[in-house]
Design a protein around this ligand. Sequence first.
Ligand code: GTP
Ligand code: MG
Length: 456
Amino acid sequence: MPRSYLDPPRPIVALATPPGASALALIRCSGPGSLELLAGLFSRPAALRGARTSSLVHGFLVDPGLEGGGARVDEVLVAVYRGPAGPTGEDAFDLSCHGSSAVVRRALSLLERYGFAPALPGEFSFRAFSNGKLDLPRAEAVAELVSARSEAARAAALDRLAGGLSRRLSGARASLLGLLAQIELRLDYGEDEVEEALDPSLVLGLRDELAALASSFKAGRLVSEGLRLVLAGAPNVGQSSLLNLLLREERSIVSPEAGTTRDWIEAEIEVAGQRLRLIDTAGLRETAARIEALGVERSQALVAEAELVVFLADGTAPLPEPGQIPRKDAILVWNKVDLLPGQDAPPGWIPVSAVDGRGLPDLVSALEKAIAGRLEEAGGPGGPREILITSERQKALLEQGLAQLDGVLDSLQAGEGLDVLALGLREAAASLGELTGEITTPEILEAIFSGFCVGK
Ligand SMILES: Nc1nc2c(ncn2[C@@H]2O[C@H](COP(=O)(O)OP(=O)(O)OP(=O)(O)O)[C@@H](O)[C@H]2O)c(=O)[nH]1
Ligand SMILES: [Mg+2]
């Protein structure tokens, strides 16, 4: 039978670093009895048994089934954690060994042979959650921090891991439960007088708090997934050359022949700490060639969907008509200025040379401004101190809580009984409890943690 997160905890093991050759590899283990199991496989068992939590012990990992020098698997450094103080709340250790696949394979097979089960994805975080070390938003932040691909995504995830979101959610839930307690007290005394039972401004304040968090979802997603930036323009204006310049590598094919780029090409850069997904497209033109026409159709769709568009024109050719510019908010680039010495760019166009890099700083600052604008429109400046939510689960539960509080406000206005108000408040508190993980079901937990990577 495959193991489940909900089985009684047993010692587990996983490689926390990527497989392959590296200077060091980190093997994590956790579970009741795990330190004692390791003592049987370690050159200095007494040192390990006497080690305090969060201390390091140096020694050799030893295969007790073998004799002499061949028994040594590797020279290792063990970080010891004793439950409940450690990161998972149980006895646990991190073992640093040399990073070759030969060492890692031997070490893992030894640990598995002597009682450690291979960890499920996210099982270490699951145990930290189960043992009260992390609530759900913080456990989710661990997964986001592991997959953060830009400075802004890292900062936002770290802020959630530090408890920024959790504090706001617990604060809102505590206020809700406080209001509920007052109403229930009145109900216990047989009162059903709605007058002054519940101050609507308190409910409104909580409602606004949930609305503010829910509305940060779009910005949170943009920060974690990156903003799409489409390079568009007529064929041969230098879209692929500009992509290569921004990437500082020859990724997209450049040629003097118009219609070189057919399918779109995507690559990533970071601007102002934000991840930008650069997309080079087939030049926009009417064409009878079927494959190129399909490419142009795709370009148009990409231009429509992208958060940012850079529209290029060839400075040596007539300027495009305003009607040819596919989006009003496009950043306009007047390319090939190296061929136009002494000529000023038309108003509103940034002069650039995709060949020698002239004008690149101006383009980058225009991009920075546009990124800030898009994030603001999406509901958040995206600064590191701003809480941004990124998970669909969190968004859905916040919106559910929001709707329940709207229901309470409606009931208040309609003069409904205290029992109706109490019910609405209780439901909203339950939504927040599900968000933080204070109220949850095994199925939900399994779904959340199985999306993590192994070793986390
Ligand atoms: N002198 C000069 N030539 C450039 C510049 N940018 C692009 N070119 C040249 O213009 C030609 C077309 O460049 P590409 O980058 O392939 O243009 P594109 O817009 O991707 O073209 P398609 O993929 O065909 O739509 C190539 O010969 C480039 O070397 C520039 O800033 N200055
Ligand atoms: Mg091209």
